[in-house]
Structure formats: C-alpha cells, structure tokens
Design a protein around this ligand. Sequence first.
Ligand code: S3P
Length: 438
Amino acid sequence: MDFKVKAGSKLTGEVQLPGDKSISHRSIMCAALAEGTSVINGFLEGEDCLATLDAFSKMGVSINRTDNKVVVQGVGLNGLKEPDSELYLGNSGTSMRLMSGILSGQKFPTVLTGDSSLSSRPMERIISPLKLMGSRISSSSEGNPPIEIQPSLGLNSLSYELPIASAQIKSCLMFAGLYANGPVTVIEHLETRNHTELMFQQFGIAVEVNETGKARKIKVTPPKSFLATDINIPADFSSASFFILAALITPESELLIKNVGINKTRVGFLHALRHMGANIELKNETNSFEPTADILVKTSNLKGITLNTRLVANMIDEMPAFFIAAALAEGTTKVKDAKELRAKESDRLQAMSEVLEAFGAKFHLNGDGIVINGLGKDGVFNPSKINSHGDHRIAMASSIASLRAKGETIITDCNNVNTSFPNFIDVSREAGINIVET
Ligand code: S3P
C-alpha cells in the first residue's frame, strides 16, 4: 500500500486517536497472568498488539473483543498452556522482548518468530540478562529471531544495570521477575518509559522504585499470584506526535487531540517542541493510573535547538517527526547519541536521512546524530517519491512532511502503519489532510 498526499488545507477541529501501543501490550500480558476477569478499554487494535493478544490465545487464554473492549479471563501465573505451533509476532519487537521474559518462566518450550524486519532486530540485549537468571533461551548465531526457549528449570533473582536505555529490556526482566525465586532489580541511568511499573502497580504486583542520584532502581518482588483488574488505555502520544507536527507546520491550524497519554516518561517531544517555540497547551489533565490530557496545537514558527541528550530516550519513537519539525524550523538543530534509532523497525537514522534528502532538506548525518539546517517558516519541500522502508513511523512522518511539499508526494510500502495506527488515513482526512491510499 502506498500513500498519496497533497499539500493541504489547515488542520482544525478535534481528533480522537487509537490507544497506546505500549500500554495495550502490557495490559494483555498482565491480564492473562492474573486471577479472574479483566476488562480493557481503549485497547489498540493494531497488528502489533493483536500479535500479543493472539499469542496468549494460543497459550490457552480466553480473550474476547467487543466494541473497543477486550475481556481477558486470566489463567494465573502458572496457567499458560504449551502452544500448538510457534508464536508469530509479526513486526512487534515489544511482543517478542517482553514475552521472552514471561516465557522464560514457563514449564513448556516456545519458539518466537517475526517478519523480516523483526527477524533482523537485536535480541542479545534481552538474551544475555535472561540467561543470567537461568533462562534457557537462544537465538540465531547473529543474535536475531527466531528465539527458542526451553522449559524453565527455575529463574534466579537478579540485579542488572541496563547497558542501553531501553524500556523493552527493563520490562522483559520485570516480567521474568514474576517467576524468579527472589527479587529482580533493574537499574537505569536514563529514565525509560515506565508503563510496566505502572501496570504492575495497577495489578497489585509489588514494585519499588528508588531514585538515587541519576540512577533509578526498579525492584520487582515475585508474587504468588495477583488479581485481575480493569484498565483504561488513553490515546498513544506517539501517534499524537504526527498530528502535533501536522498542526504546527501547516498555516492557520488549530487542532485539539483528545484524551492522550502524557506519562512524563513519554513526552520528551513536547518539551523539545516547546523549547523550539511551539504553541501547545494541555487541557483537561487527569491523574489516572496513566495521566492524560487533551492537547491543543496551533501553527507555530519553530526555531532550531540543540536537543538535550537526556531527552532522546524519552522521545525515541518521535524522532522521525522531530527531524521534520527541525527541517522546517528557523536555524540549526543538533541531535547527538541517537544510536538506538538504528535498531528500530528500520535503521531510522538512515531512513530519515533518505527522506530528508528526497524532500530537499539541508542536513548532515554526524555518526549517530544529525545536524539539520531548517528551511524556516516559509520553507517548502520538493514533491517526491519516498521509500518508507516498511517502517510505520517513517511512513507517517513522511506523510505529514508532505503537507509542506510543493506538489503531490507518494510514500511507498505503508502497510505497516497498521501495526500502530490502523485508522491513520481516516483520522488524517478528518483533520483536513488530503491523503489517500493507493
Ligand atoms: C517500547 C519501548 C521502546 C519503543 C517501542 C516500544 C515499549 O523500545 O521504541 O516502540 O513498549 O517498551 P526500546 O525499549 O527498544 O527503546
């Protein structure tokens, strides 16, 4: 599937976006292992989260989907059954890495596979700490999927300092901690998204978080069992980032994005944009288990910034959108230490440099960073044909960037937008964007 986008009219009105991908994955995992019935509202019915849902169904968990609600009959920590076949997880790194923690604690073997993108993503980062706990996990000799996990002979307690700022590694170990014979402590020096901590607390699982200096220590004490609970999932801030960008860069726009998750570990993009001079207001803030707000965005004249390196982990999925904002800002934007972008669904530093090149933006890659010289508020991109590399976020960032191109832009290989934002085209059109799929 390709997208065709014409520089369009202004973005106005209100939009409601689909649920948060990270929270949706965790809600299914915890609800499946709980005792009793959990009702999940606002679950993201994107391919990635459906891959997680499907995998737990294959392990004997009864899960029903009706009207944006998912009802999960938990089987308890030791109630999963051996699946009949390998578990195919599509494009979803989160499913594979977090489930490896859970499956390391099971008394049956499993094999986890994925599509060609997932099959080339690094798994050694979870395999090595899981092995320290006694997991019988292995991958290809290159450290990629498929992952094979032999029946557990028991998992040990662990204290582990994250070598990479990654919520997926942290969460994998926290889930493995549910099956350990003592506490599992993960130490992070850069704060990563804390959805697993919040989800565990919501299910009554003991998690202690201690901040000492710049380190955060997250300690999970293995429970004997835990009870089901209901979960409300807000809209995904990462999906919202594309509409924030769209309203900022399109003249005369004023867009309200309703009920978005604004967890402080996720909104680095908001801080960076405000630093650039963006007019963004938060309204109707709530303090539920995952804080939410409506986000009001107005067209703004952005200025280049040097991005605080500590924000990178906090806005890792928003970097493609951020690069587009920088390419249309006044002045220079500098980003350093963004190596993790190379380990996503595509090498996003490389993919975005091709996108920027095709649009005629001024930039140079600088090792694992980038320097972008913005075209300014009146800058226009060249109309172009863009290769999204099958990466949902590259496809969506490029679609929005096309709003500032002189003519029509075609973005190819966009099927994977369905992994995180299945109704992207509909919502875009509702907001005033002239986009069609071909
Ligand atoms: C995620 C963590 C991040 C993010 C991914 C979702 C999660 O990955 O990029 O989209 O749900 O934990 P890393 O932990 O690899 O940075």
